[in-house]
Design a protein around this ligand. Structure first.
Ligand code: PLP
Length: 399
């Protein structure tokens, strides 16, 4: 997710506007800021790009997920269904609110398995959090139907999939609320930052107030604003928003390069019969941020991962052995290693992790390799990489 690769004059000029006025905060200081409102401008640009009525910028993708859940009233003791394959931020954001993450299996989309979701629904379930991992999406049609049937909130974490679409709608805009990250390794970056998008005005106003200590942002005297409810500080700074503003303008260019590089690699790997690819649901179009493929078994995937490293093919992840993205290595969650006491309710709610196994997720993640698609590669470099990958895999499958 290489927004960081193409940082240039556009970004520098936007940042310079902020440095020249010296107003680093997104709220207030109207007279000093020379008309520059980078966070507001970025929100407007994202509304357009993501075809969403409302966008609230926040300080990170993790904050976005927490703020989205809070804005919709998810809190203490509520259960939120989430996938076993994601980033740790998913359960962190849920637990920050005193809610309980209920982890369920994924399927060949590498996203939530709708059957597993349905089995996990209890009277305590408040939301389903679908995570659009590695540039593509889960079976959104089935998940939407399930959420409607059971009257559940659908929160879409599209942090890794900006630019992907389902039935022509941008990923992130399909659920009740969508979340994005603009950290340094996402398709577009603001250094650090995130966004919550929604078409629901009440949820939006909640995100606006909650992410700024509960400020209602009415009037132009910050000290006199009222606080309809408790909030925290998840604000983005103008400096970060300025970088994001430059990058969002370049998103179409980034997506085009990604798609071209992805296409070259995919075509090369398609020639190996033992290689299969993740399922993209009908109506879905990936963002092409990653090329995800399966090998026949765990051993071969491990060998391929090693061979890629040895041959200088970087940015290919075998998440089965990765500490951050898959349940298998989340012992800190399973053992509730927390700096501060966790509520009895959450402890009880997470007890299932001591015994529950996730064979279906293992089946996919053990065999999956996810390769980052970079923007800075020349065509010759992508082709050379493709040849190295094909060579390495062919050797593994024939031995
Ligand atoms: C799926 C997913 N959700 C949330 C996040 C959190 O984003 P941030 O790093 O901006 O907090 C990430 C970051 O990698 C992510 O991949």
């Amino acid at each position: 997710m290489p927004g960081f690769e193409l940082f240039g004059d556009l970004e520098r000029n936007e940042v310079n506007d902020v440095l020249q006025s010296g107003v680093l905060m997104r709220y207030g200081f109207d007279g000093m800021r020379n008309g520059h409102w980078k966070a507001k401008e970025l929100e407007a640009a994202l509304e357009n790009t993501l075809q969403s009525k409302h966008v609230q910028l926040v300080s990170s993708g993790t904050a976005a997920v927490s703020v989205a859940l809070a804005a919709a009233g998810v809190g203490a003791g509520d259960e939120v269904i989430m996938p076993t394959f994601t980033f740790v931020a998913s359960f962190e954001a849920i637990m920050m609110l005193g809610a309980i993450p209920v982890l369920v299996d994924i399927d060949d989309t590498l996203g939530l398995n709708p059957e597993a979701v349905e089995q996990a629904i209890t009277p305590e379930t408040k939301a389903v959090m679908v995570v659009q991992m590695c540039g593509s999406m889960a079976n959104m049609k089935a998940l939407q139907a399930l959420c409607t049937k059971h009257d559940l909130l659908l929160v879409e974490d599209a942090c890794q999939a900006i630019g992907g679409t389902f039935n022509g709608k941008p990923l992130g805009s399909i659920g009740d609320l969508g979340c994005f990250s603009f950290d340094f390794v996402k398709t577009i970056t603001s250094g650090e930052g995130g966004a919550v998008i929604t078409n629901n005005k009440d949820y939006y106003l909640n995100t606006d107030h909650y992410s700024d200590h509960g400020h209602d942002h009415i009037g132009n005297d910050r000290g006199a604003e009222s606080h309809p409810f408790l909030g925290y500080n998840f604000r983005i700074s103008e400096l970060h928003a300025a970088v994001g503003l430059a990058q969002v303008k370049r998103l179409p260019e980034f997506l085009e390069i990604q798609k071209r590089n992805y296409g070259i690699l995919r075509e090369a790997l398609s020639q190996i019969p033992e290689v299969t690819f993740r399922t993209v649901p009908e109506g879905g179009e990936e963002s092409y941020a990653f090329l995800n493929f399966f090998l026949p078994n765990l051993d071969m995937a491990r060998q391929a991962s090693e061979a890629f490293k040895t041959n200088g093919v970087d940015g290919c992840f075998h998440y089965f052995d990765n500490n951050w993205h898959y349940i298998r290595k989340w012992d800190h969650l399973k053992n509730l290693k927390s700096l501060y006491p966790i509520s009895q309710e959450v402890k009880k709610g997470l007890a299932y992790l001591q015994t529950k196994t996730f064979e279906k997720s293992d089946y996919y993640i053990a065999r999956n390799i996810s390769c980052l698609i970079k923007l800075s590669w020349t065509e010759a470099e992508v082709k050379a990489r493709a040849s190295k990958m094909v060579e390495a895999i062919k050797q593994i499958v024939k031995s």
